[in-house]
Design a binder for this molecule. Structure first.
Ligand code: PA5
Length: 453
């Protein structure tokens, strides 16, 4: 059963129903392009059938690896950046205990992250923690050459080998990378690490349902079979031509593109659950890196309410009218906390005594929605009944599918990321990487002329 629903009734202040219908019709053409695999980036459509393609043998191998780590290590450090860690973090934090870092919420190893920055202080602090804990490493890079990940791995590999000895360290390192190419693949083969393959036709930001996400998510104690089944259910639903009018991905992609054409250039993903902050980060990469090309694309931003109502609420309500919001609404909380009665009632809150906190959170959501609509902020609402593996699997696949449609509607290739190379080339040139001599000279000249000016 489909658990994700999309409501676009509240965009009518900016887009008429005829205008929306027009974009929905266009979207049906993009749907055909995607399903027939005939559009731009067609070599990177492996994610379309991933939920069905991940077979039971792979799930069993991952679960066995996760079980052997459970009980043996307290922490697993996931080393990766962009699509090689954001999906993991999104799932682990959306479904895990909010304070798992403090050892609450079960016996599974806690997941830590490295290789997603080059901060000296961050790594030094992480080494402080790892000095005192039993840990394993999971290094993830499709290209096998990403600088941030490679630097962090060099440092942590030295640490783990020093701590456990080279032989034992090898048994604590898992590599997830390309089947044949890249420095990481070479290293993994020569060291004999347990290795998993990222399929050629799945790009980083679409890879959460490959071992990239599945392995660390399983280590965190979550049920990857249910996650895949949820995604599979959405895959079948979205691909069925009979449901085009009821296709939530078409409805979402059409609404956001109709708003974009009316000058709403910024989409803020709104959540009311702090544990969804990382899911928003994953969504930001998915949409930002897929759509931001040729000087086009909706800028994806994120806010977590009610926290950010006290920081960003003013701008959203009353600032430039370039924003639309998409609320990811979760109907039921996992836990129950009731507001207590208080005899003195000095804080004046007895009028909500006996209510569950989630009831108050939902009222805040409704009140904010009304205020924003009144203030001219169009609103899309994506609803799921609860946060569990099945719903999250559906949601992930839904977002990916809608993103592909949306990219095609913008006229860009949603599966490449040419703009990411620019900073890397400059960094390599400035660091004097062999092979970049000409660029190093060019950069030095630029810096010099910048200083002279
Ligand atoms: O979505 C993408 O392709 C990127 O965000 C990559 O995942 C990121 O740059 C890391 O690349 P790699 O996995 O090759 O280290």
């Amino acid at each position: 059963m489909i658990k994700v629903s999309v409501d676009v009734d509240n965009i009518e202040t900016a887009v008429s129903s005829e205008e929306l219908l027009q974009v929905e019709r266009e979207m049906e053409t993009h749907f055909q392009t995607l399903i027939s695999q005939s559009g731009a980036g067609r070599d990177f459509l492996g994610w379309l059938t991933l939920p069905a393609d991940v077979n039971d043998d792979l799930v069993a191998r991952i679960d066995a690896e996760a079980n052997s780590l459970r009980g043996n290590v307290e922490y697993m450090v996931v080393l990766g950046i962009g699509g090689s860690y954001l999906g993991t973090r999104a799932v682990v934090e959306s479904l895990g205990h909010s304070f798992s870092m403090l050892n609450n919420g079960g016996n599974s190893p806690k997941i830590l992250y490295a290789g997603q920055n080059i901060s000296e202080d961050y790594i030094a602090d992480l080494l402080d923690v790892l000095d005192k804990k039993d840990y394993a490493l999971c290094v993830i890079s499709k290209s096998g050459t990403t600088t941030e990940t490679a630097i962090a791995f060099r440092i942590l590999k030295a640490h783990i080998e020093e701590k456990y000895g080279v032989e034992s360290a090898r048994k604590r390192i898992i590599a997830i990378t390309d089947k044949a190419k890249g420095a990481l693949k070479k290293l993994a083969d020569s060291e004999g690490y347990s290795t998993y393959v990222i399929p050629d036709d799945v790009g980083g930001r679409y890879s959460v349902l490959t071992p990239v996400g599945l392995l660390p998510v399983a280590v965190a104690g979550l049920n990857i079979r249910k996650l895949l089944d949820g995604a599979g259910c959405m895959q079948r639903h979205l691909a069925a031509p009979s449901s085009l009018k009821e296709n939530p991905a078409i409805i979402y992609a059409a609404a956001r593109n109709a708003l974009y054409r009316k000058g709403k250039n910024v989409e803020i993903m709104v959540t009311y659950e702090p544990r969804l902050v990382s899911l928003t980060e994953w969504w930001k990469q998915l949409y930002g890196e897929s759509e931001g090309k040729q000087h086009k694309g909706i800028f994806p931003a994120g806010v977590n309410f009610t926290t950010d109502l006290h920081s960003m609420g003013q701008y959203i309500q009353d600032g430039q009218r370039i924003i639309f919001e998409t609320v990811l609404s979760v109907a039921n909380s996992q836990r129950k906390v009731v507001i207590p009665e208080n005899k003195e009632n000095l804080d004046g809150l007895n009028f909500i005594a006996g209510k569950k906190l989630s009831e108050v959170n939902h009222v805040a959501e409704s009140g904010t929605l009304l205020a924003h609509i009144d203030g001219g902020v169009p609103n899309i609402r994506i609803s799921i009944p609860r946060l569990d593996e099945e719903c999250l699997g559906q949601l992930i696949y839904f977002y990916e599918f809608a993103c592909a449609l949306s990219g095609y509607a913008l006229g860009v290739n949603p599966f490449d990321q040419p703009g990411v190379e620019a900073y890397k080339n400059n960094m390599f040139a400035l660091l004097g990487k062999p092979g970049y001599e000409a660029e190093t000279k060019q950069m030095a000249d630029k810096v010099k002329s910048g200083t002279n000016n």
